[in-house]
Design a binder for this molecule. Structure first.
Ligand code: CUA
Length: 171
């Protein structure tokens, strides 16, 4: 299982458990059978605000952890410019250091391409769309040195399958 899949699975499980617990507590505390209707309505409104406040707190606590805000600022910053074209990749530089964040600036010359990096065991490491008139930025930190394969994952014409390149990751 990939790390992303693990994070999603754990997050989904925790969220589901929390929702079930909160629903159960609310159902118990607002049981109208034995309670004055006004008191029950008041409790329901209180619970509504508690749940809204919890959701707001969760949003604020987690929204900045999503990867779209990543960049490679700082001492170990490495930038790699990628241009995808029919039919190949220009990757400058084509060698980066492991353990430091790499910011890829991905462009396409004429049509949409895919920019995908595979490790030495052919596992997908990273994939973004390469689009004309747009710079797609993505940050990744390589943990393992070695040779990584770069492939196009978007059908882009008669030479699509020839779009194969390399990235070296050094210590
Ligand atoms: Cu470029 Cu397929």
């Amino acid at each position: 299982m990939s790390e992303t899949a693990r994070i999603l699975a754990v997050g989904f499980t925790i969220t589901t458990a929390l929702v079930v617990v909160v629903a159960f507590v609310v159902a118990l505390s607002t049981n109208r059978g034995s309670m004055d209707p006004e008191e029950a309505a008041h409790r329901e409104r209180t619970w509504l605000w508690i749940v809204l406040a919890l959701m707001g707190a969760l949003l604020i606590a987690t929204v900045f952890a999503i990867p779209y805000f990543d960049d490679a600022e700082g001492a170990g910053r490495q930038t790699v410019r990628v241009e995808a074209f029919q039919f190949g990749f220009r990757i400058e530089p084509d060698s980066v250091a492991a353990g430091e964040p790499v910011e890829f600036e991905v462009r396409a010359r004429e049509v949409n391409h895919g920019f995908a990096i595979y490790d030495s065991r052919d596992r997908l490491v990273l994939q973004v769309q390469a689009m004309p008139e747009r710079v797609q930025e993505v940050v990744h930190t390589f943990e393992q040195p070695g040779r990584y394969r770069v492939l196009c994952l978007e059908f882009c014409g008669s030479g699509h399958q020839a779009m194969v390149s390399q990235l070296r990751v050094t210590r």
